[in-house]
Design a protein around this ligand. Structure first.
Ligand SMILES: [Fe+2]
Ligand SMILES: [Fe+2]
Length: 318
């Protein structure tokens, strides 16, 4: 199969704050029509597209080593190769679990987003298409975890319940900021994973499908968030800044479930301390978040308390 990521996500439109309501709706429809067109051409059924029966290849990674949390730490340097490979397998399962959690939240946010919108519009039709994509992704990630032999890694009880609150009460710009947070950093990692020949073919296939379909999701959320930040009341813009900063903090804490360290025979506390002190890890996370943080800065989300929360999450440099 030939799949090329939709590079449309990288092109930016200038901010046009004076556009009238009609123009906004037209623009919204235009974006949705393009995304529907791309969905028609580049959508994949992971059940038939991937070879689920093939054995894993000896010595290949489940996640590129440089993207494994402990990479380059003193602990990593002491670990035998086999234990490093095992940690990568567990971290891939942890990230896939996080991915499913995010996608389930996103599906609910999308359903709430379209509840009051014109039912026959392209904007609504695209949202429903995106929900279909996410249904396939969540099933694909679950199948990948099971096949890898690693356990599922749920987020902590408190974050699980915090997200229950967010997906139930969050106002729309807040919803799209959370969506982008979930999609863009993992997307950056997956763009490095699918072309990497050191990685297991199944993982490369899973990440390739996800990158292609996710490019549309990022585009949809960005365009909608940009429009909403221009038009929403001031209190809502401020609420979005703070809730996105808080979401960034929760995201960076729950990014890798610390049980992965125990499950590969490491001391959990020592491993967590080394990840926290790792300059390499900080660079990876900030580089992965940069495309998102630059965009949020441009549309006015990165201000005041919200910006401080982003810095404290470790995803935005001081
Ligand atoms: Fe997805
Ligand atoms: Fe998505």
């Amino acid at each position: 199969m030939t799949i090329t990521p939709d590079t449309a996500t990288t092109e930016e439109n200038p901010n046009r704050p004076l556009r009238d309501a009609l123009g906004l709706l037209k623009d919204r429809e235009r974006v949705a029509e393009r995304l529907l067109e791309s969905s028609k051409k580049h959508s994949f059924d992971p059940e038939t597209e991937l070879d689920w029966d093939a054995e894993f290849e000896e010595g290949k990674w489940f996640w590129p080593p440089e993207l494994v949390s402990l990479y380059d730490t003193p602990l990593w340097k002491r670990m035998p190769e086999e234990q490093r490979l095992d940690l990568a397998r567990h971290e891939a399962a942890s990230l896939a679990s996080l991915g499913i959690w995010f996608e389930v939240i996103l599906m609910q946010l999308l359903v709430r987003h379209i509840y009051d919108k014109p039912l026959t519009s392209s904007h609504v039709r695209y949202a429903l298409t995106e929900i279909e994509d996410e249904c396939r992704h969540s099933k694909m990630f679950a199948r990948m975890i099971t096949k890898s032999g690693a356990p599922t890694y749920p987020v902590s009880r408190i974050h699980h319940n915090l997200a229950r609150l967010l997906k139930t009460v969050s106002t729309t710009p807040g919803s799209f900021t959370a969506t982008l947070l979930g999609e863009e950093i993992l997307d950056w990692m997956q763009r490095l994973t699918f072309p990497d020949e050191r990685v297991q073919p199944l993982i490369r296939g899973v990440t390739r499908i996800h990158v292609v379909e996710e490019a549309r999701h990022v585009r949809y959320a960005r365009e909608e968030l940009r429009r909403q930040m221009v038009n929403c009341p001031r209190w809502e813009a401020e609420f979005t800044r703070i809730s996105s900063g808080e979401a960034a903090r929760v995201f960076s804490i729950s990014f890798i479930n610390p049980e992965v360290y125990t499950n590969v025979g490491l001391d959990k506390r020592e491993a967590m301390a080394q990840v926290k002190a790792s300059g390499h890890r900080r660079d990876v996370m900030q580089t992965g978040a940069r495309r998102l943080t630059d965009f949020l800065d441009e549309i006015g989300v990165m201000r005041g308390i919200g910006r401080k929360l982003w810095v404290s999450s470790g995803l935005l440099p001081r």
